[in-house]
Design a protein around this ligand. Structure first.
Ligand SMILES: [Zn+2]
Length: 350
């Protein structure tokens, strides 16, 4: 899992314009207070997942959560892009009334990951049509956690047929395949005009071997679970090449240390504070640094035509630093390890 850092002596500054995290968990309460500034500092905006307890399903909950995020993030240069937890009962009138506060709607199959018990238990086109047609008309993208309840390694590949059904029946709906982890999902991307994807940092780096091949690594345990080397290869191919339908979405998902280092480990990898530094290293190592801007911001701005993005320039330089062992109660990816790139300057409103 460790990045192979080849020594490059030339000091080179990398500038990222308006980085966006198109899939982020900020939680609520004390956890929100701890993690929100870590993203708000270096990103211009993020799509905020709605799987609180209870999930965000009303205008009141959504605007109140947005307000709590703004207060916790302590930054005017960061915009939280809010989402609702998908319900097939949302009417066009309701969506029209909330459209200005809302960027996307997130669909979870029931019980598939953290706090998704109230998710969808079936994919019946007729039942879904009123809400999905209204979303198409109002230009509200549908973000999907695409896994079935099948065998853990096959869940995402099995879900591709549902993506195809949705893409075919709702051709004007922008469908984002969230945190894809398999070559099957990568293949589906190019088959349908209206399918897009987010890819996490950790799925570009690890395979199942890094999670469970040796001693179990609870801080790398996430849903969808990391897959095979050829899957990671497929993800790297599109991300590193700046494929226009692919966006960075960290799926950074903080849990307190005791919930990760326990019998019944919670799913989620916490990458928010190290994402830009490690992505820079990864893209430089693959000689594709010129494509990082597309992956980290430009593609998302073209796909999500309903967002306004604050100006921000993040400067990174080759200068090593050690990742803290914890942020509050949360252990980050690469805790206590040395990273090769550091954020040396941030320009813009803060
Ligand atoms: Zn997520």
């Amino acid at each position: 899992m460790r990045l192979l850092t080849k020594a490059k002596d030339k000091k080179m500054a990398i500038t990222l314009n308006a980085p966006l995290d198109m899939h982020l968990h900020l939680r609520d309460g004390d956890m929100l207070t701890t993690v929100a500034p870590l993203t708000a500092n270096s990103f211009s905006g993020a799509i905020i997942m709605p799987n609180l307890v209870p999930p965000v399903t009303t205008k009141e909950e959504l605007t109140a959560y947005k307000q709590r995020i703004k207060e916790a993030s302590k930054s005017d240069g960061f915009t939280p892009y809010m989402t609702l937890f998908f319900k097939p009962t949302y009417t066009k009138e309701f969506l029209e009334s909330i459209k200005d506060e809302l960027t996307a709607i997130k669909l979870y199959p029931a019980g598939i990951t953290t706090n998704s018990e109230g998710g969808l238990s079936g994919f019946d086109v007729e039942e879904l049509a009123p809400t999905l047609n209204a979303m198409s008309e109002l230009n509200i993208p549908l973000c999907v956690h695409g896994e079935t309840n099948g065998f853990v390694m096959d869940r995402e590949a099995e879900f591709v047929s549902i993506y195809e059904m949705l893409a075919t029946n709702f051709p004007n709906l922008k469908i984002i395949m969230e945190h894809i982890t398999t070559k099957e999902s990568v293949e589906a991307l190019d088959k349908f005009n209206n399918l897009y994807a987010t890819i996490t940092l950790h799925h570009l780096l690890i395979t199942l071997d890094d999670v469970a091949g040796g001693m179990l690594q609870p801080h790398l345990f996430c849903k969808p679970i990391a897959k095979r080397p050829e899957d990671r290869e497929a993800l790297r191919r599109v991300a590193l090449n700046g494929h226009p339908k692919v966006m960075f979405g960290s799926d950074s998902a903080p849990h307190p240390q005791h919930a990760k280092e326990s019998c019944g480990c919670a799913a989620g990898v916490f990458t928010a504070p190290i994402a830009l530094q490690v992505l820079t290293e990864l893209f430089i190592e693959h000689s594709t640094i010129e494509n990082l801007q597309a992956f980290i911001s430009d593609n998302a701005r073209k796909i999500y035509t309903n967002i306004i993005v604050p100006n921000k320039k993040v400067i990174l330089e080759k200068c090593s630093y050690t990742v803290p062992d914890k942020y509050g109660t949360v252990v980050p990816m690469y805790a206590n390890e040395m990273l090769a790139y550091t954020i040396t300057d941030i320009e813009g409103v803060n």
